[in-house]
Design a protein around this ligand. Structure first.
Ligand SMILES: Nc1ncnc2c1ncn2[C@@H]1O[C@H](COP(=O)(O)OP(=O)(O)O)[C@@H](O)[C@H]1O
Ligand SMILES: [Mg+2]
Length: 260
């Protein structure tokens, strides 16, 4: 259906979030095309994580609407978001450190699970079939993220950069259409950031993913993104190509605190 594909995957329309006296998001509007990598930037406290939490339905928004494939997100509770096709990683790693890489990755597939408690208890053929499919999917993700050599090691053995790739693989197991990444370059060294940039491009093209990326690392955002949205004090100050946003006087002012 060409119509469905022409429509943006995600439409954020006038979203407002207040915490007591603070307006964390003030009428934010932007949209994301299918297959694009969008960078979300802004100084500390700009509202980036708040926006992510609205997209994963962890926070309520008081005004506005978020449409995913044309459907209002309001209709779906937080636990249903992954099955809808929105996956995320967290700013701080959320992995089971004593479990193996493979088992951590496998856990990401369970939101798609169609078999219930009883089916699992009875080990019905459908459960075994599903486990095999999950195992194959996990192997594919482990391969895609170059984790083959550490697949059977506990996460506690890994460097921070490698553990982050495990979180990626786990998020990809739910086969998201939209992947939300909150500061994936945080804590990575120079070389690892460059590897991350290539990795983002690779998973985007191989899995036809759409990615929304919150990131402080300007060089990474500007090189990897197709579109950049800039926030400051809860308002959108710029939205366009990386070159347009980087040169926008309000963005320069927000980052450097001087007149452009
Ligand atoms: N759960 C919360 N309760 C109260 N205030 C919050 C909460 N989450 C965020 N805020 C406030 O909202 C604003 C935006 O925060 P945040 O979205 O975390 O910014 P960013 O991720 O861009 O650094 C800040 O002023 C922050 O203190
Ligand atoms: Mg944040």
């Amino acid at each position: 259906m060409p119509d469905a594909d022409a429509r943006p995957l995600l439409e954020v329309k006038g979203v407002t979030v207040r915490f007591g006296g603070i307006t964390a998001l003030d009428g934010i509007t932007f949209s994301i095309s299918r297959g694009a990598i969008t960078g979300l930037i802004g100084p500390n406290g700009a509202g980036k994580t708040t926006l992510f939490n609205c997209l994963s339905r962890l926070y309520q928004f008081s005004d506005g609407e978020i449409l995913f494939e044309g459907q209002p997100l309001r209709a779906h509770p937080a636990h249903a978001i992954a099955a809808l096709g929105i996956g995320r990683t967290f700013q701080n790693l959320a992995l089971f450190r004593t479990m193996s890489v493979r088992d951590n990755v496998m856990l990401g597939g369970h939101c798609r699970s169609g078999t219930g408690f009883l089916g699992n208890a009875l080990r019905l053929p459908s459960v075994r079939r599903e486990e095999r499919m999950l195992g194959e999917q996990a192997a594919r993700m482990i391969d895609l993220l170059d984790l083959g050599e550490v697949a059977h090691r506990p996460v506690s053995d890994l460097s921070f950069g490698t553990a982050k790739r495990v979180e990626f693989a786990r998020a990809l197991m739910s086969r998201p259409k939209l992947l939300l990444l909150d500061e994936p370059a945080g804590g990575l060294n120079h070389e690892e950031v460059d590897g991350l940039r290539l990795l983002l491009r690779r998973i985007q093209s191989e899995l036809s993913l759409t990615i929304l990326l919150v990131e402080h690392h300007m060089n990474l955002v500007m090189r990897v993104s197709d579109q950049v949205v800039a926030l400051d004090f809860g308002r959108k100050i710029a939205d366009g190509t990386p070159a347009q946003v980087q040169a926008h006087p309000d963005v320069v002012r927000a980052y450097l605190g001087v007149e452009a």
